[in-house]
Design a protein around this ligand. Sequence first.
Ligand SMILES: [Zn+2]
Length: 245
Amino acid sequence: MAPGWIAAPLSGVVAGFTTRFGGGSAFPYDSLNLGLNVGDSPENVAANRAEVAAATRAPLRYMKQIHSAIAIELGSDEDGLAEPEADASITRSDAFALGVLVADCVPIILADAERSVVAVAHAGRAGIQLGIIGSCLAAMRTAGAESISAVVGPAICGRCYEVPEAMRDDVSRVTPAAYGHTREGTPALDLPAAAVAQLTAGGVSSVTALGICTYEDDRFYSHRRATHEGRSATGRFAGFIALER
Ligand SMILES: [Zn+2]
């Protein structure tokens, strides 16, 4: 079975989001887990990553994500196996794809295909608060991007992401669009809405939110859903983007 992924609506690039399907990992990582250090075997993860690279016709370069505001540019001359500590990566190279790993946090893929600059960003609660989106946009512009388009991928929605009230207050002070409540009326954060607001405020000319909730749509990994089902572990899916060769 080929690795599953949904295409992202961006022109001039190969971009999308992988699903849980078509990999070789067993429960609770079934089956296309791409995340290291989540309890799955490194051999399974390596095999799944190789399947995705074959399907997308580009080796993916992942990050060691640390919930920071660090955005870095990756050049074509670097060691393809190194995973930099960062939460956004940018490249002008068409030799590889950029990958971001998530299971509820917001994966964002960005491009100015005309100027050959692409990027991915990992925007969880901390990243939204710390400004990873602003860092990513600044790094893209340093690399020559002018007219940036962005796609906000599958992430836990504002109706499902219950948080303590003080946390909702803290995050919505930074970005009011983050303020939300669950179906039951308890405090929640709407991270996809916050991401859209920050992208728009940052001058991104076209923002598309897929509107897919990872908690509700079990094609994708969801850390919160796994926790509610009594499991502490789950896999990670990827947002990815590469310049067309
Ligand atoms: Zn939801």
